[in-house]
Design a protein around this ligand. Sequence first.
Ligand code: ADP
Ligand code: MG
Length: 823
Amino acid sequence: KEKKTSEQEKVQNKAPSQPAVFIPVDRSPEIQEARLKLPVLAEEQVIMEAVRENPGIVICGETGSGKTTQVPQFLYEAGYASDGQIIGITEPRRVAAVSMSHRVAKEMNLPPQVVSYQIRYEGNVTSDTKIKFMTDGVLLKEIQKDFLLRRYRVIIIDEAHERSVYTDILIGLLSRIVPLRNKKGMPMKLLIMSATLRVEDFTDNQRLFRTPPPVIKVDSRQFPVTIHFNKRTPMEDYTGEAFHKTCKIHRMLPPGGILVFLTGQAEVHNLCRRLRNAFPFRKNNTTAGEWQPPHTLKYLKAKSSLPRIDLDNYSALPVDEGDEDREAGIGDEEDGGSDLDIGDDLADSEEKADPSIPLYVLPLYSLLAPEQQAKVFRPPPPGTRLCVVATNVAETSLTIPGIKYVVDCGRVKKRFYDRVTGVSSFKVTWTSQASANQRAGRAGRTEPGHCYRLYSSAVFGDFSLFSEAEITRRPVEDLVLQMKDLNIDKVVNFPFPTPPSTEALVAAEQLLVSLGALEEPPRTGRVKQIQQASLSCPITPLGRAMASFPVTPRYAKMLALGKQQDCLPYVIAVVAAMTVREIFEDLDRPARSEEESTKLTQRRARMTQMRRLWAGQGAALQLGDLMVLLGAVGACEFAGCTPKFCEDNGLRYKAMVEIRKLRGQLTNAVNAVCPEVGVFVDPKMTPPTEHQVVCLRQIVLAGLGDHLARRVQAEDLLDPKWKNGYKTPLMDDPVFIHPNSALFKTLPEFVVYQEVMETTKMYMRGVSAVEAEWIPQLLPQYCHFSSPEESPLPWFCSSSGTIRCHRKSTFFRVGWQLPAVEM
Ligand code: ADP
Ligand code: MG
């Protein structure tokens, strides 16, 4: 009997879930021919039948088999975008979202108004859009606005193997949304696409899908790739090793493109520059697009004494959600590329021994401008060899044609999070065996290839088998807040493909409760009940406002409070500046020539002077490093935010451009939440008044309450390691104010900090002074108050009609005595 009903259901569901039309697509013969070579084309019928029969399916296929470019086209042709609804595709990387939308539009001969993209800061979606590529973060935001995603007929989650946090959460949410839509008679399909076969986390997961979705494998013709391990493993200079290996391949091996994997933007540029110097060629200006054979060393030397613009030095797009190599570029920026490169030329001169054909070197990483990025897909100029130097963007998201040799540094840049200090940092670590094999596979797309691993087979044996899901190694307070905003109160019960640890979830809920974003759990009842209740606190109205700001909950709290005393423009500027990892240029780098050394010394002196100026005096100085940020942003905008101003004052131009965009975006977000405030942020702002500075310090304290530190007390000073140190509630060791900080000389008793960075010492970054008496008032959740009975002299307040008294308070864990407050 049961069987029958399920069959009946199937029949019922089948009718509306099947579009009847076929939408013709007018492709050019060349495109059509290229498509037919893609392995996924052979599976079109199988895929489309599976889509028709099931609410969700999984498609696995090697990178380059045509999943991303073709599957949306299959769905379009089958009419899935024909009755008002659209096909949505999510990508973890903005690079992929933009470039794939362009590619698909081109293949289908449709304008960008129809095949469009949306990433955090930009997009070209119109009411005519039928196929929409977007970053996973964008779709998550859309779910907040419309949980049923009524606009979409199909959602494709691409690159699911990357296990980005937003992708994982989307899959969890869609596992509920799709059945709900089908139940309501608004059929919807879910396609999960992955480059690896390891999809058990999605398929064999009872919490996620009650009936496992069918898995369709796309067999691709992969040519054999010979793996060459290094005998030794360079621990430090793998970029240098990659350089030598690439030179060798180019000089000694038959034609075929080279793809080098490094970890970040700065490394990519560094290697590109060295390779271009070693194997130069010159573009002939008269016949655009034609390339001349390389010129002699002599010419190059003569040229390098002239000022040279760096083509790669353009302003980057602002950061996007969930893209690991994005911030890699910030803070470890490549140097400007000027006459200083001569040193490099000489050092590499032995590698220049008579290059027979020019090497056409192209960088590839997430933040690269789309037109630069598109170059890797075009054939290299005739008579040259293509060499792409890439981050792991080229591992699975983009397929570069014609690669025969892969050089793999074996490393990847990842964000790490320290549970104790709350500090996140980017570190270069070994990649996984699965990733290393993906990288090697890039060499065998069109013919047998070779992969040169810059590490030994023993080291490879120690790599983990697969990369961990991102969600297990990062703080989750922002995700928990987003979910609560979706009314998912019991986040522990959420069907995560891989759940984060319970500790991480508890820590996130506690932080959110203390920020006032979640309701406080009841403190009575059995321990177990309390624990359970504390893991299912509902969101507060403040929390909802915070969830709509695209920044971490601590900063969101500041934005939510910012309207007081007209502080909002300042709070927005400070939050934007704090979100960008580093606004100052690194002038402490080693100089490569005496001339550079003098220049650096001069610029350092100038920067110190400017920092002091921006920090202000008197009341302003108390805002400390955040006042410096505010001053720098203000001054830069007054000067028109030019590269020259930044260069002269030790500011990173890219960071300042990014701050400007973020300020615009945050202003819109704040106006959407509280239209009655109606802030209009003029990029230029007048300095805050004394009153506003005090108010700003309090707002900062309210947001960064769990980052409070107190100057070490006399009784602790017996131990010399505590000299000028600060104590924090969570750490045993002292933390310090950095000599560059505006408050280095003042050493206020109480400070809040943005984060702790461990360099030579544990240094606090972004320090502001706060007053002891603000703490019990602004951070009551962290304070223990004496009971009213213990308070001397209570009095009756006639205006409020209550009995009031002074209550003493102490700070949690550390028991710092704080001034009494009237309650
Ligand atoms: P998958 O998603 O399975 O990794 P794709 O759909 O991304 O595969 O790629 C299919 C083919 O399309 C590849 O051979 C790739 O080189 C080609 N391709 C992708 N983007 C472009 C582009 N912008 N220009 C030219 N070819 C491209
Ligand atoms: Mg793809």
